[in-house]
Design a protein around this ligand. Structure first.
Ligand SMILES: [Zn+2]
Length: 70
């Protein structure tokens, strides 16, 4: 298995993910998608729905994020 790294946009934890997984393919193709570790994604699932209805909703699409995918 070839691993690649993905950094969680919330807690900065770096996870190793299987490079042939669907997630890894998405990260390579669309670098704009944000990676969340399991812990954070569970934590924010409910809040995300609320935020999307708010005018202050902001997605995590920064240039910095790309550095971890090189
Ligand atoms: Zn996290």
């Amino acid at each position: 298995m070839i691993e690649m790294r993905a950094q969680c946009v919330l807690c900065d934890q770096i996870d190793k993910i299987d490079s042939v997984s669907l997630l890894a393919k998405q990260l390579r193709k669309k670098r704009k998608i944000s990676y969340l570790c399991e812990e954070c994604s569970e934590r924010i699932t409910a809040k995300t729905i609320e935020r999307k209805q708010s005018p202050h909703f902001k997605t995590y699409q920064t240039d910095e994020y790309d550095e971890y995918l090189r």
